[in-house]
Design a protein around this ligand. Structure first.
Ligand SMILES: [Mg+2]
Length: 276
């Protein structure tokens, strides 16, 4: 559910009037009116679709597994649960690597070979792996309202950066595929383990003023919790499709004036306007 552009204009007009017509407050509000922020965006399922491509590939993998193991009573649900379990275990161990997701297919295949005792030709395992890698060939597409929102935030003087998890080469190629490069230039930070420690290092190394910095993302686990821990503002926007990883091992999130939950990315400029 998105709010329309007219609400945004009304909000801006109100701010403008406050600056012009509140003499007692003039100094403070005029200063507030010029505030600009550093805004860090998550990439996957905040700016571009991601989980749905993984879901599609997992569905195809489960179909192959039915062909191979259906006669042993295996169900798609069992395949998907095992794949998720092995995928999450791989991330916990190695972080976000390019091999991790495809290998979770091969590992799932191996698991059911062992469990059923079915003869398992190497060619099938290779198909499983290849299928896993095919997710990186997806045509990535933007979430609704992303370009308009980034344009508006940039026009308002904010500095836009990316804080995303994964492999730098892959994440940067996604940014290029959807033509978001000009918004972020060299401010694309990719962490293999996307957590508070990684975010803290980026904030420190790049001289971010934490009182003027916000993180926008779809993951309570890897976007919001680290942001709050690092003392920056956090804006949570639920994704259009979920991934179990983002929902597990959540620390307690304390309410804070700088912890916002919005319906969609199009709401970000108006939400931030209240802090300027
Ligand atoms: Mg994300």
């Amino acid at each position: 559910m998105r709010r329309g552009g007219s609400a945004g204009s009304a909000c801006s007009d109100e701010l403008f009037r406050a600056v012009r017509f509140s003499p007692g407050e003039e100094g403070r509000t005029a200063l507030a009116g010029r505030k600009t922020f550093s805004i860090l965006f998550d990439l996957d399922d905040t700016l571009i679709h991601c989980n749905k491509y993984f879901d599609e590939v997992i569905e195809r993998f489960a179909s192959y597994m039915m062909e191979w193991f259906g006669e042993y009573g295996l169900t798609k649900q069992e395949v998907k649960e095992k794949q998720l379990e092995l995928d999450l275990a791989g991330i916990a161990k190695e972080g976000f690597t390019a091999e991790r997701f495809p290998e979770s297919f091969a590992e799932t295949y191996d698991y059911f070979c062992r469990k059923t005792g079915r003869p398992c030709p190497p060619a099938e395992r290779a198909i499983a792996l290849e299928l896993g890698y095919s997710v990186y060939d997806s045509d990535f597409e933007l979430y609704p309202g992303v370009v308009d929102t980034l344009f508006r935030l940039q026009a308002e003087g904010h500095t836009l950066s990316l804080f995303t998890g994964g492999v730098a080469r892959i994440q940067k190629s996604k940014v290029e595929k959807v033509n978001l490069g000009p918004f972020f230039e060299d401010r694309i930070h990719v962490a293999r383990h996307k957590n508070a420690e990684a975010l803290d290092a980026i904030l420190t190394e790049n001289g971010f003023d934490r009182s003027m910095t916000w993180m926008v993302g779809n993951s309570l686990r890897t976007d919001i919790a680290p942001a709050l821990e690092c003392g920056i503002g956090a804006i949570y926007i639920p994704p259009l499709s979920n991934w179990a990883y983002d929902m597990t091992d959540l620390p307690k999130l304390e309410p804070s004036e700088r912890f916002l939950a919005l319906d969609s990315i199009g709401d970000v400029p108006d939400a931030l306007a209240k802090f300027r």
